[in-house]
Design a protein around this ligand. Sequence first.
Ligand code: ATP
Length: 308
Amino acid sequence: MYHFIVNPKSSSGKGIRFWWAVKSELDHKNITYNAYFTRYVGHASEIAEQICNKTLEIKNIVVLGGDGTLNEVINGIPDFNDVLLGYIPSGSSNDLARSLGILKDPLKSLERILKPTNFKYLDLGIINFIDTDQAPRKFCCSSGIGYDANVCMEVQQSPLKKKLNRFGAGKFIYLAIAIKQLIGIKHLDGTVMVDGMKKDTYKNILLVSNMIHKYEGGGLLMAPNADPSDGKLSICLVHGLSRGKIALLLPTILFGKHIYFKGVEAFHCSEIEIKASQTSAVHTDGEVPAVCSHIKVSCIPGQIRMIL
Ligand SMILES: Nc1ncnc2c1ncn2[C@@H]1O[C@H](COP(=O)(O)OP(=O)(O)OP(=O)(O)O)[C@@H](O)[C@H]1O
């Protein structure tokens, strides 16, 4: 039995269009399934939790949606040992699918799920928002504090994303807002601890990205050396750059070449703690659950069993 969790609104309606194609293939093949449609923010977590709590056997959960829906599902699963996860990307950024080479064509990705040949145990990220009451959140692709999270927050609030999604150009909104935010850029000062040891105290931190996979923000190669099964976070810490240098740096992220800039530190670790003296947006898989100044991020190796 397959449990499909579908965000019909992902990428301004691509989700429902993909679902009709998938449904007709499932019916044609006489495959038994349950389909659940998300209706509001947080609903995918509730659905995933209900599916997991219903039976003790292994659950085949297939997510049809974007990175945000996948993030919600991950946050609803109480025990990953009981779950086999499939993913049909229908979002506007699809960074996880891009990193894993999951096919964009819904029928081709469905075929792989129905006849699996390859599984992968993927690392899971957990973030604690230490100076807020917000509960910890899991993430499967990326999290970050600073500039990238501020961009995510504005993208989330922008009505333009929906309009651009209709033309298949939703991810360009990230680029447009990233350029716009250069003008009033907000830096952070703070101390960074890595695997329990103080790394340094920094002035003018632009961002700290804590990556499980290589991509974020709709195709930015933020962590070109990330391996989603190595049990480590791939960190990109950018600090001490003038606005002009940041403007030069941004396009190089598309090709993962930013890591060679002075002021960019790229390294791997199991845990990172950032204590800043100002608050900032914090994102998990492109959604912004908190605005705070003190976070602790850890990597749990090989938690998510995913069909590729
Ligand atoms: N029926 C719904 N109406 C409005 N929002 C929804 C609905 N169902 C889910 N959501 C919310 O929409 C958010 C974004 O959805 P999703 O990630 O699937 O699509 P996307 O934003 O187009 O893609 P991406 O995250 O890859 O950019 C989810 O995090 C979820 O909270």
